[in-house]
Every structure is written in structure tokens, then in C-alpha cells.
Design a protein around this ligand. Structure first.
Ligand code: DGT
Length: 233
């Protein structure tokens, strides 16, 4: 594991200032199938951490409609609908008060915008006006709500590995997702969190090799625990 300096060049993790009741907020990011859920489960067992799983189930059942499935079956038509709803549910999690000192979220409003929306738009699957409307909303949210984080944990994988995992878990909506889609999403995560050459990176990044089988990752979980408790202390 290594900590990548922040965009402003600082190598240390942001610390909670004394008297600040805002929890130390961590975003767990990575491609589809990179192991975010398992990672969160490990931390859910700790007393001082609240974990907030990504609201995938909310996207699959919205008043009788499956927005995730609609997006995969016809992204040009339903991409805007799905991403608008993702943005809303993510904002809900970002602003949710928690009772413990550490808040750990699976993904964030930032990866929705900088990886998924960007990918749909740049692949020509999201019409420009749809993209502009979403981006205007996103910028308004950044200005008017606190969606900042203190640390990003980037579960770094290779697209071929996560493609195999995705096929073996066989989520119905993902049955038609090709390797090429995961390769593009990978590149957006890489440029944003690893090479730091695309969008604003909202927190320091801890990079974890997540190609390993999940049962081999115990040591990485402990490294993360140590880094987080140092940062929060
Ligand atoms: P994990 O635990 O690392 O295997 O994570 P997953 O694959 O359960 O969770 P995630 O966030 O990578 O994706 C869940 C599904 O939702 C997956 O089919 C990708 C999709 N998804 C998540 N966020 C967005 C988004 O903002 N836009 C689009 N188009 N799809 C998204």
C-alpha cells in the first residue's frame, strides 16, 4: 500500500481538527468487482467506524422500476435518468449524519461524475445536453453541500481480473457488460486517482493492490486500519 500525495502536494493524510464534529470520511473506490463490498465488511466490524454501502439496491427498485437495468440496456436513453438518481442517492449518503468518528463510504458522488458519467459521455452514449444538465447539478452540489472526504482508498485492479469476478458473481443486470467497458472505467479511475492527471482529487489516496484473491488481502486491511487510526489520532 502507498499513500499518493494530495493534489496540493501534501503527503500526509488530512486530520480531523479538534472540536470538529464532522467524522473522518473515507471513500472506498475502484472498478466494478474490485472488492469494495468485502473491504467495507471488514471495517464494519470495528467499533468506531460506520460503513455506508453503495445504494445499488435502491437503484434496482425505484417505485417498481429497475434504473440500473435500464441504464445497461439502453444507456443513451436512460443514462441521464440513472446518473441523476445515483447523484441524489450519493448526496444522501454524503450528508447523512453518523454517530461514530469514522465514516466509510463505498464510492462517492465524485467517482459517479468523474468515472461513470465521464465514460458515458466520452463514449458517445450520453448526449451533450444530458451531460451538461448533470454537470450543472454536480457543480451546484459541490458549491452548496459538504461532500468532501479525508481519505480515498483506491482498490486498484486490472480489468481482466475484475471481468472474471463480475462474470462469476453473475448479477443479472451486468450479464452484457463487456471487458471493454471495464477497461474504459479502469482508465478513468487510473487517470483520476493514480496518475492524478484528470479531475480534482478530493482527498489523499491510499492505493491497494486488489488483484489478489480477497482472502489474501488480510494484511492490506490491517495496513489500512493502521493508516486510518494514525490519521484520525
Ligand atoms: P465490488 O464490491 O467492488 O465488487 O463493487 P460492486 O461491483 O458491487 O459495486 P460498483 O459500485 O462497482 O457497481 C455496482 C453496479 O452499479 C455496477 O454494475 C456498476 C454500476 N454503477 C455504480 N455506480 C455507477 C454510476 O455512477 N454510473 C453507472 N453507469 N454505473 C454505476
Amino acid at each position: 500500500a502507498r499513500v499518493v500525495p494530495t493534489c496540493s502536494g501534501k503527503a500526509s493524510l488530512s486530520k480531523m481538527s479538534k472540536g470538529n464534529s464532522k467524522p473522518f470520511t473515507i471513500f472506498v473506490e475502484g472498478n466494478i468487482g474490485s472488492g469494495k463490498t468485502t473491504f467495507l465488511k471488514h471495517f464494519a466490524a470495528l467499533d468506531n467506524v460506520v460503513t455506508l454501502a453503495e445504494p445499488v439496491d435502491r437503484w434496482r427498485e425505484v417505485r417498481g422500476e429497475n434504473f440500473l437495468d435500464l441504464m445497461y440496456s439502453d444507456p443513451s436513453r436512460w443514462g441521464i435518468t440513472f446518473q441523476t438518481y445515483v447523484q441524489l442517492t450519493m448526496l444522501d449518503l454524503h450528508t447523512k449524519p453518523v454517530e461514530r468518528p469514522i465514516k466509510m463510504m463505498e464510492r462517492s458522488i465524485h467517482s459517479a461524475r468523474y468515472c461513470f458519467v465521464e465514460n458515458l459521455h466520452s463514449s458517445g452514449l450520453m448526449p451533450n445536453p444530458d451531460f451538461i444538465a448533470l454537470d450543472e447539478w454536480f457543480n451546484w452540489i459541490l458549491k452548496n453541500h459538504d461532500v468532501a472526504g479525508n481519505l480515498i482508498i483506491y482498490l486498484r485492479t486490472t480489468p481482466e481480473v475484475v471481468h472474471k469476478r463480475m462474470l462469476s458473481r453473475a448479477r443479472t443486470e451486468e450479464s452484457c457488460v463487456p471487458l471493454d467497458y471495464l477497461q474504459k472505467l479502469h482508465q478513468f479511475h487510473e487517470d483520476w486517482l493514480y496518475h492524478r492527471k484528470s479531475f480534482n482529487c478530493p482527498a489523499p489516496v491510499l492505493v491497494i493492490d486488489a488483484d489478489k484473491d480477497l482472502e489474501m488481502m488480510a494484511a492490506d486491511f490491517l495496513t489500512c486500519e493502521a493508516k486510518i487510526s494514525d490519521a484520525v489520532a
